[in-house]
Design a protein around this ligand. Sequence first.
Ligand SMILES: Cc1cc2nc3c(=O)[nH]c(=O)nc-3n(C[C@H](O)[C@H](O)[C@H](O)COP(=O)(O)OP(=O)(O)OC[C@H]3O[C@@H](n4cnc5c(N)ncnc54)[C@H](O)[C@@H]3O)c2cc1C
Length: 407
Amino acid sequence: MLGAGIVGVTTALNLRQHGASVALIDRGHPGDETSGANAGIVAGNGLCPIALPSGAAVWLDILLKQSTAYTVALSTLVRLAPWIRAYLQNSGPEGIQRFVRVMAPLRAAARAEHQRLGRLANAQRFYRNSGWLQLHRSEASLMRAERERHYARIYGIDYQTLRGGEMHEVEPAVRSDRFFGVYWPDCDSVSNPAGLTEGLWREFIQGGGLFLNGDANRLERRRSRWVLPTPRTEVRGREVVAALGPWTPAFARARGDLFPVAFGRGYAQHFRPGSGVTLKRPVTDMDHGFTLTPMERGIRLTSGVEVADPADPINSQVLHRARKRAQDVFPLGQDLPVPPVMGTREALPDSLPVVGASATQRGLWYNFGHGGHGLALGPVCSRQLADLMAGNDPAVSANALTPLRFA
Ligand SMILES: Cc1cc2nc3c(=O)[nH]c(=O)nc-3n(C[C@H](O)[C@H](O)[C@H](O)COP(=O)(O)OP(=O)(O)OC[C@H]3O[C@@H](n4cnc5c(N)ncnc54)[C@H](O)[C@@H]3O)c2cc1C
């Protein structure tokens, strides 16, 4: 099992539960990368792919580097043109229907899978049944998100649209007079995403799993076995799962599996709440792409999307711009002495993850491409993969998430 983010750790736990002997390998500490740097939302909603930015004013803002929601260089846009074309093709009515059909059963099971693994690992303390508040700065913005509510009504996902006093009741500290709100009660949030991943990892170890530091890129095929030398020992196995988050496509390319992928980085920083008020739940500004989440260490601000490769230099402007806009929503106090962290979302053009067997290599499996939803969907997709590997019926059709759709 390669990669010990939320996806790799929960895959390892599920494989152990299916009776497999599992070695989990990561170059660092479990949960230290994107799984520790997110907004902590375990959403029960989210049945539509995220729309790409549209409108001349929005694009002008992006190109002039004034946007909080998106940061992208013109040269990156040009390089990503084929991916953008494929994304737009998948954003038509047929593509959306396909996405909804696959996503609905995953979303329906996502919170229960978290609860199941949380109980197993005695990690329930990290979960709060908090709901999620989304803010729109205009009625036009609220209407642009109507499709999401349309599918929520069809699939029986509860929500409430809120104005002024109603919003004040749900989240008193938000400057409610400026916004239109949509409150999704069927969402949980995590008070410490890195702590949760670590807690699940500890359960894996206590249950007899083996964890080793090592570099997944050293994986080799020797006759019918996979072999990975690590500083402590050489690991051998018939089957290997790559759950390396944004680093998976490069690993796959070196083994003959090509995935069209775009990367959206995001930054997280913690603040004291200003003037004695606090938040009860995650609050997302849907126009400016940032989220404020109450966490163990304070209020975590997670930025919008910076389209850049995971290994590119850090861009401190992204967090700086988000911080300025966030003051419109909630009074942020001083920075807490916790260094900002960065994570990367890797996205396929149909907005669905890749969960299944390699198109080219026997015994190689993938679980990645979770975009901005991998905390929520990690456990349920990990169970899907473990079921596929064990020959059990998975939650959604294997074809829907197969790597073969890009072969
Ligand atoms: C700003 C931001 C906010 C987000 N908010 C949410 C949210 O609210 N809700 C939600 O559901 N999702 C959210 N996400 C998405 C979510 O965090 C990710 O989808 C999820 O963490 C992906 O987990 P992972 O295990 O696939 O990847 P990672 O957490 O990146 O783990 C990959 C692991 O692979 C290891 N690795 C990589 N290369 C190698 C190698 N060569 N050898 C050995 N090990 C290697 C790394 O060390 C790492 O531990 C957010 C993401 C961002 C960036």
